[in-house]
Design a protein around this ligand. Structure first.
Ligand code: ZN
Length: 220
């Protein structure tokens, strides 16, 4: 263990979300009728041939896009490996592509998440971290909260010495409407434990992502 680890101090964190709150789910027919209404609101006729099957398809698509409400992200982190053979460096998984949906416009948010952590004793399979991102992404989101939720969940379940999460994404509510700015990506980050307290650890993570320390602001 190096001195970075010894100097670690835990920041106070709010608990990570478990299952998302589940309000009463309407019957499928009600959801399909809502799509019919939106088609009419757009200015078209939901009974014309090309649109007749659309409400049913759209509702099925919603089941995929919002599958994250049916899963507990913590489940993916429960199976861990303790055989780390003395490995005490940071683990970085980068470029985890995700699709999410902005909770203000229901428009897609498409981007990549990067996760780093410094294991205390346990490591998790890398595919599980990608799954974790998906559970949070497949919900109505704002990018800032999704970033914090991913970091908070890893911290509370794995209890590593530190967690770093950076999310880069394009918001289609911004590219296809409103200000119509394409090519803009938003970058959010959450640094916990040693990634917050130790600039050198944080910078090692950012360097693995080809990001500069000035790209990310970290309050201490
Ligand atoms: Zn939006």
């Amino acid at each position: 263990m190096n001195k970075v680890i010894k100097l670690h101090r835990r920041a106070a964190r709010r608990p990570a979300g478990r299952m998302a709150p589940k309000p009463d789910r309407p019957p499928r027919s009600e959801a399909e009728n809502a799509v019919r209404t939106l088609i009419r609101w757009a200015g078209d006729d939901p009974d014309r041939e090309g649109l007749r099957g659309t409400p049913a398809r759209a509702v099925r698509a919603y089941e995929e896009w919002f599958a994250g409400y049916n899963e507990d992200p913590r489940d993916y982190l429960k199976r861990t490996f303790e055989e780390v053979a003395g490995y005490d460096e940071i683990v970085v998984l980068r470029d985890i592509r995700f699709e999410s949906y902005c909770e203000h416009h229901l428009a897609p948010i498409i981007g990549r998440a990067h996760i780093g952590y410094l294991p205390r004793t346990r490591v998790v399979g890398i595919s599980k971290l990608a799954r974790l991102v998906d559970v949070y992404a497949k919900r109505l989101q704002i990018q800032e909260r999704m970033t914090a939720e991913i970091a908070g969940c890893i911290e509370s379940v794995l209890k590593p010495l530190g967690v770093a999460v950076v999310v880069e994404a394009a918001h289609q509510c911004m590219t296809t409407r409103g200000v119509h700015k394409s090519g803009v990506t938003m970058v959010t980050s959450r640094m916990l434990g040693v990634f917050r307290t130790h600039p050198e650890t944080r910078n090692e993570f950012l360097a693995a992502l080809n990001l500069k320390p000035r790209d990310i602001s970290v309050e201490s």
